[in-house]
Design a binder for this molecule. Structure first.
Ligand SMILES: Nc1ncnc2c1ncn2[C@@H]1O[C@H](COP(=O)(O)OP(=O)(O)O)[C@@H](O)[C@H]1O
Ligand SMILES: [Mg+2]
Length: 465
């Protein structure tokens, strides 16, 4: 079984053996060169082969794939897809520290907050819960310092300040009930085609750290939840990471190491990761070394640094006589790319100049109404659009965490104050794009009438003053 990528000028088909798709990949090139269309082509074929896909799609221009593949839309904000939520506790202090852009000291303080939550069985669901925990730590700083080591008021305050920024960016939408189950990505339809899970990420991109950490968390969830499988005939899942440079820009060394390890280890879980970014120089060497398939679209190069990138790009490919990457990379046509894959034997193939085959689905985004229809028909809609009341959500969460840790459930004694969590539940606006109803029309007429009446009243008042 193979994924056909495209054809060479002399008519040979270049394809990636499915069993090597877990050797990961990289799709690069300047904007407009054809990266997204290439991804669509790959995703289509993976889906046809029964492999589920997750793809973050910043511009939303991959959604045309829904015209010929089973597609599920996801959106952190719950407007353009089903919401994906977890708890602060399950996210863990390391990833959250990254999201909050904390320094080492602040990260240490956050780790203590997490430790304390575990010790006190006072688990954190929302960012609001984390605020409470931090306030509590500040109030009882002496005993906290005694038990866990030094915690300063200033680092607590810094975390809370950054938490407010995260909330302002909509990051609090990520935290709530019901919890997202990564296995829901891994579906096939009745015809055996793999589900294409598309993350609508345009708003999320306004907060690059949130975006990158969120995807890193998803990948970690895959790693945590999938069993070790070794080499399979075909991957269990393909994970496509758009704007991947955001993951690496000013990432601290320990994070880079964790990413490199995650990417390396997730292979044996049957997961193939495809990074998408403008240039190979966006990816650290240690990660680059893990990426088997390389698809390089045209690079518009102007600066001396670009010239270096071109050299590096050419050097990363296995040489092929008659294919001059360095010379031709700046003049490649749209939808043409230099390609190298991992062959059946596990060896990188020589670089080829390839015309990427056109996807069979629609190129470009589908209409929002079309997306709405798909969303409404989704079997997962009930599960993820369901919002329990704030108190209930907290109760369900607490008891689940306790159960996981072998603790008895809490008594239903009204310990959870109703109202506390209201602000932290994401808004569920799957119905946001609805057709105006008769009631809407009536309301509009009524409100214009009120405005007119108001204006008339003002006029009347004006003439009588
Ligand atoms: N393989 C292809 N076959 C046909 N048209 C393509 C192909 N690749 C790109 N295109 C055209 O070029 C446009 C830009 O490609 P796109 O994939 O969005 O570029 P990028 O993601 O690199 O910015 C697409 O909208 C499409 O019209
Ligand atoms: Mg694109």
């Amino acid at each position: 079984m193979k994924i056909d990528i495209g054809t060479t000028a002399d008519g040979r088909t270049i394809s990636l053996p499915l069993k090597r798709a877990n050797r990961h990949g990289l799709v690069t090139g300047s904007t407009g060169g054809g990266k997204t269309v290439t991804l669509q082509r790959l995703a289509e074929q993976f889906s046809a082969a029964g492999v589920p896909i997750f793809a973050s799609n910043v511009k939303g221009d991959l959604s045309g794939i829904a015209t010929n593949c089973p597609t599920q839309f996801w959106d952190l904000f719950g407007t353009h897809g089903l919401p994906i939520r977890t708890s602060v506790q399950a996210m863990g202090s390391e990833l959250l520290a990254r999201m909050l852009k904390l320094n080492d000291t602040q990260e240490g303080t956050l780790a203590i907050a997490f430790k304390k939550a575990e010790d006190d069985a006072d688990f954190m669901l929302t960012t609001g819960d984390l605020h409470f925990m931090l306030i509590d730590m500040a109030d009882n700083r002496e005993s906290v310092c005694q038990k866990y080591g030094n915690v300063t008021a200033s680092s607590i305050n810094a975390i809370r300040r950054n938490l407010l920024t995260l909330e302002a960016q909509g990051g609090d939408n990520l935290f709530g009930e019901p919890p997202f189950d990564i296995r829901d990505f891994m579906a096939t339809n009745s015809a055996g085609a793999g589900m294409v899970n598309l993350l609508h990420a345009d708003k999320l991109m306004e907060a690059p750290k949130l975006y990158a950490t969120f995807l890193l968390w998803l990948l970690t969830e895959l790693f945590r939840n999938l069993p070790e499988v070794g080499d399979l005939d075909k991957p269990k899942m393909i994970f496509m990471f758009d704007e991947a440079h955001l993951l690496f820009t000013d990432a601290p060394k320990n994070l880079l190491q964790s990413i490199e390890r995650l990417v390396r280890l997730v292979r044996s879980k049957g997961v193939g990761v495809f990074f998408v970014t403008q240039s190979v120089s966006d990816i650290p060497d240690t990660v680059l070394a893990q990426l088997g398939t390389k698809i390089q679209h045209a690079l518009r190069a102007f600066t001396p640094k670009d010239q270096q990138t071109i050299k590096a790009t050419a050097a990363a490919f296995r040489e092929n006589r008659g294919v001059d990457v360095k010379r031709d990379i700046t003049t490649l046509g749209v939808g043409v790319a230099f390609v190298s894959v991992i062959d059946e034997e596990g060896i990188p193939t020589k670089v080829e100049k390839v015309s990427i085959s056109k996807p069979s689905g629609q190129i470009g985004a589908i209409e929002s109404l079309e997306r709405d229809v798909i969303l409404k028909a989704s079997p997962l809609r009930q599960k993820y659009s369901y919002a329990s009341s704030e108190g209930e959500a907290a109760k369900e969460f607490d008891n689940r965490m306790r159960q996981e840790r072998g603790l008895p459930p809490l008594e239903a004694n009204g310990d959870w104050p109703e109202g506390t969590y209201a602000a932290y539940l994401p808004n569920l606006t799957v119905d946001a794009v609805r057709r105006p109803t008769r009631a809407d029309a009536l309301r509009r007429v009524a409100s214009s009438f009120l405005i007119l009446a108001g204006a008339a009243g003002l006029l009347y008042a004006g003439t009588h003053l």
